[in-house]
Design a protein. Sequence first.
Length: 120
Amino acid sequence: MNALLVIAGAAIGAPARYLLDRSIQVRHDSRFPWGTLIVNACGCLILGALTGAGLSAPWMLLAGTGFCGAFTTYSTFTYETVRLAEQGAYRHAILNAVVGVAVGVAAAVLGYSIARAFHG
């Protein structure tokens, strides 16, 4: 049953990530991977809120592990950072790495804090 919950969440999270990433990236004529940055920040915010809300294990499997796991993408973040460095866009690569991690952590803390304020 647990695997089905994860699969169900991922079936929604992966296409949502793709669609949001593409809709953001086409609006920016830049090497910088804005789509991945924003998708990952949103995912961290959502996962932080889910954690702060203290959901039961089945809901965390569905929404946290399944949806957020498929929605966010550390592998794409890493690939894009390496790709930027390979292309000689070192400033963009470093900026992507630092901002990606900092924004992700800040978004998770914000989501957690907001959820705790409502469920505290």
